[in-house]
Design a protein. Structure first.
Ligand code: SF4
Ligand code: MSK
Length: 654
């Protein structure tokens, strides 16, 4: 490659991603003549009508395209207005996101029941304390009950999350009373996920619900059936079965690959298969097999959300987020990439073919043309995991590709939960959210932000996440993270207590006293439900209002891309949180539907949506909202304090 071309190559890879390891692999892929998603995303010219949700293909009289620049000039063939079209499109996105999380949650519930009934023997109940706590939280009497009996009772109750056709979902009881009352008053209290998704899909059929206000009610109900439904069931039962995470030091970035080991990457969202792989790679038989082929061992690594979950629970190294899943195979060092559900790009198959990597699908819901399918079954995990390991070990023994592994590795502390935040701030004997609230009231912590979600090749990978979080903590906003965003910040070195000096003086003071990072990683994207519980605990601790909408908190998915992200965003809005999305938003400004989402919902007592691409501006919007809530709570004056004296320090530490 000529020098000019080399410089250009370097320059454009830096434009695509802030992750240096991914830059290195993208440059190599180009040299190798392999096209990655990061370049495909840049080259794809999005449809200007679709990007603003101004088209409808809900029947075959269309597709109907309206003009986003003059949205009220025309209507669809059936007469649908721009507001109906945008509301229906958004509704279907939320339905898909909610269905994904509930399908995941229902599988986790089935696994839990299978263990309790003795049909699944390779997994067990790890955290019986949490089992009791969760059962109690939804009104199940726990005294004198054995683990199996209590577990089965919890199963029967949580089954309603999915199958209820009337009544209320069990976990909504965990929301603040005032938040629940709002949902009841407006008729948006979720019943069961299946009925909510079904009704939403039915209402968006041609000629059904054609009032965006009325559609919004069912959108809200369906989104709540995600956050307080399937996502929360998945998180809480996974903790009970596999162990509730607590802070753990783990390595992140592509440097976790080892040239002299058999490298197996697991990428997806379901923890069971990953847990099964973890057991299998520690089997002496496979370690011996790997050694016989000249490897020093088997190196099990996570990516994306199941990776974040396994890192939080067991400290399994993590190689990167959604934006790096194709790039990592360019190393030539991946002997097998094992995938399950959600956010698995079809493009992985072609990259795997180019680098002679095994791409193995394991879930009946998610096959990929060109990949090998080896089905994972909860009752017989080894049948799947052992075949995968045999393939990976064989590939190691006959590696033909040149290996190039980026050197970047960052250490970080992961595995925070709402339970651990309570313990960390409140101490062993009086675990409580009161110290967090006190620090918010006294102004050391200005507020709390959830920064979560995906990466999207429409924007420079990781850069919006990192710049936004940098700005938030600088302004004393404590940041909670999940999913691919957490990995972006981990790679940038923010998930360590040593990052405290990057925070403003108040937040830094709290972090240094407690020994925590200013950015707390809570796990995968279903684990956003941990943020809902943390917010509810803040309300319960007192002093910050009666509902989640009263709290000085805000949320953001700065590089979002998935329908799940829209469902998550809307369940936060529906729970009372101001939620800003980066990249763009599928609606047209100054339309009635847009105004409802970005303003009207807040007037009805919910949170509201915001959209902005620039990270500093996003931070400004979130901080302005936090300050508005502080003012409404009458605690805006306390921020004027700037010095923390020794007696304050003692109060904080006690
Ligand atoms: Fe067009 Fe109405 Fe059919 Fe949508 S439902 S494609 S707007 S005719
Ligand atoms: S994996 S939904 S890219 S966070 Fe949960 Fe990451 Fe977004 Fe998928």
């Amino acid at each position: 490659m000529a020098k000019d071309d080399k410089d250009k190559n370097l320059e454009t890879v830096q434009e695509r991603t802030a992750c240096e390891a991914t830059q290195q692999m993208l440059a190599k892929a180009r040299r190798d003549g392999v096209k990655l998603d990061l370049d495909r995303g840049f080259e794809m010219k999005a449809c200007p009508i679709g990007v603003e949700s101004a088209c409808c293909k809900n029947c075959f009289m269309g597709p109907c395209r309206l003009n986003p620049r003059d949205p009220y000039k025309k209507v669809g063939v059936c007469g649908a207005t721009i507001d109906t079209i945008m509301a229906r499109n958004f509704a279907r996105n939320v339905a898909a996101g909610c269905a994904s999380h509930n399908d995941h949650g229902r599988h986790i519930l089935g696994l839990f029941r299978g263990i309790l009934e003795g049909k699944i023997k390779d997994f067990r109940i790890e955290d019986t304390q949490k089992l009791e706590k969760i059962a109690k939280s939804i009104g199940i009497e726990v005294e004198g009950k054995e683990v199996v009996a209590l577990g089965l009772e919890l199963c029967d109750e949580l089954e309603k999350t999915f199958s209820n056709v009337d009544g209320e979902m069990p976990f909504v009881k965990r929301a603040p009373k005032a938040t629940q009352e709002l949902w009841r008053k407006d008729g948006v209290m979720p019943r069961g996920a299946m009925v909510e998704v079904m009704e939403l899909m039915s209402r968006t059929h041609i000629g059904c619900d054609q009032d965006y206000n009325n559609l919004m009610k069912q959108i809200t109900r369906t989104a709540l059936a995600d956050g307080w439904g399937g996502s929360m069931v998945a998180t809480e039962l996974s903790d009970i079965m596999f162990g509730t995470p607590s802070p753990i030091l783990a390595d992140v970035n592509m440097g976790v690959l080892k040239e002299d080991h058999v490298n197996v990457i697991v990428h997806g969202h379901e923890p069971a298969m990953f847990e099964g792989m973890l057991a299998a790679v520690n089997d002496p038989f496979f370690i011996e097999e790997a050694r016989a082929k000249g490897a020093k061992g088997i190196n099990l690594i996570g990516m994306c959300c199941s990776g974040a979950e396994m890192m939080s629970r067991h400290g399994v190294p993590h190689a990167g987020n959604f934006g790096s899943t194709e790039a990592i195979m360019v190393t030539g060092a991946v002997d097998a990439m094992v995938v399950d559900i959600q956010c698995i790009k079809q493009g992985l198959a072609e990259v795997a073919r180019c680098y002679d990597t095994h791409l193995i699908t394991t879930n009946p819901r998610a096959h990929i043309e060109g990949a090998t399918h080896i089905e994972f079954e909860d009752h017989d995990p080894r049948k799947c995991t052992d075949q995968i390991l045999a393939k990976a070990i064989t590939r190691f023994g006959s590696r033909s590709m040149p290996i190039e592994i980026p050197r970047q590795i960052q250490k970080g502390v992961h595995g925070f939960t709402h339970e651990y935040i309570e313990y960390m701030l409140g101490g062993t004997f009086r675990g409580s959210y009161s110290p967090l609230n006190d620090n918010i009231i006294n102004g050391r912590i200005r507020g709390v932000a959830g920064v979560v979600g995906c990466t999207n090749p429409k924007v420079r990978q990781d850069s919006v996440h990192v710049e936004l979080v940098r700005e938030l903590i600088k302004n004393d906003v404590l940041v909670l993270q999940t999913g691919c965003s957490q990995i972006a910040l981990a790679k940038a070195g923010f998930l360590v207590p040593e990052a405290a000096p990057l925070a403003g003086p108040g937040l830094a003071e709290v972090c240094e006293t407690v020994g925590m990072p200013p950015v707390l990683g809570l796990g995968s994207c279903v684990d956003n439900s941990r943020i809902l519980i943390a917010a509810s605990a803040m309300v319960a601790a007192g002093g910050l209002g009666n509902s989640i909408a009263d709290l000085p908190v805000a949320g953001c998915a700065p590089e979002w891309m998935s329908e799940k992200a829209l469902a998550i965003g809307h369940y936060f809005v529906a729970s009372g949180v101001y939620t800003v999305f980066g990249v763009g938003f599928p609606s047209i400004k100054d339309t009635k539907f847009h105004d409802l989402m970005f303003d009207g919902l807040e007037k009805q007592g919910y949170g509201k949506w915001g959209v902005e691409k620039d990270p500093i501006e996003i931070a400004r919007m979130m901080i302005a909202h936090i300050d508005k809530k502080r003012k409404e709570l009458g605690i805006d004056k306390t921020r004027e304090r700037t010095l923390v004296d020794m007696s304050d320090r003692r109060d904080l530490a006690s």
